[in-house]
Design a protein around this ligand. Structure first.
Ligand code: HEM
Ligand code: HEM
Length: 166
């Protein structure tokens, strides 16, 4: 049985959306500590305690993203999500759905491949993480941001309000 869509995103869903977004931007923009550590390990070097600490910041932020992603998905399961704006063409609604599904997949896939490389030494997972998933994540974020602006200002469906003030 299909249940009726939620009236809106709950306060915790909105709070988690922006917290996760912030943490993701942090890891996307400042991965240098982790990169230095990884390069050193591949060459058989010994990292200094400071280098380990900066790599750990990337790892812990990423693990926090993974845990919050689990909570988010749980909340979506319990609270549901509001229906898409009916006034938009079906193709836009489908595009938004696909982008959201892709972002959900990536907030799991990024940390899991990172963990595989960092804690289990699986280098191909690290390359997938750093070379491929990173690009897909940036592309999805760009599409998501552009989509949010089109919803808000072209279709005037107040999408930004749904994810901020509610
Ligand atoms: C950077 C990482 C980001 C991730 C991983 C992300 C992920 C998501 C996901 C998965 C949803 C769907 C939520 C659900 O239905 O359960 C969503 C909704 C939304 N996001 Fe983001 N987002 C990010 C950044 C942004 C940014 C920068 C904006 C700024 C415009 C934004 C605006 C929105 C809005 C307005 C919605 C609600 C769409 C609706 O009304 O259904 N997001 N986001
Ligand atoms: C959503 C969470 C994460 C994001 C957005 C992210 C993002 C990034 C980025 C942008 C890079 C640098 C790629 C480049 O060279 O330009 C990177 C590298 C790396 N990250 Fe993450 N990361 C996340 C989570 C994690 C976690 C949880 C771990 C480990 C516990 C991790 C381990 C690594 C490793 C080992 C590398 C180096 C891989 C290589 O060079 O082959 N990451 N990450």
């Amino acid at each position: 049985m299909q249940r009726p869509p939620a009236k809106g995103y709950s306060l915790s869903q909105r709070f988690l959306h922006w917290t996760v977004a912030l943490l993701i931007f942090f890891n996307l923009l400042f991965p240098d500590g982790m990169n230095v550590w990884h390069r050193l390990m591949r060459r058989g070097g010994v990292p200094t305690p400071e280098q380990v600490a900066s790599a750990n910041i990337h790892a812990y932020v990423g693990i926090a993203i993974l845990l919050l992603a689990v909570v988010r998905l749980g909340l979506r399961f319990i609270n549901g999500a509001p229906a898409e704006a009916a006034e938009e063409p079906a193709i836009f609604r489908l595009a938004a759905k696909l982008a959201h599904a892709g972002l959900y997949i990536l907030i799991f896939a990024m940390p899991l491949t990172g963990i595989a490389a960092y804690y289990f030494g699986i280098n191909p997972a690290g390359s997938f993480h750093a070379d491929i998933l990173k690009i897909i994540l940036w592309a999805l974020i760009a599409a998501h941001l552009a989509g949010a602006l089109v919803h808000q200002f072209y279709w005037k469906t107040n999408a930004l309000r749904r994810m901020t003030l509610g």
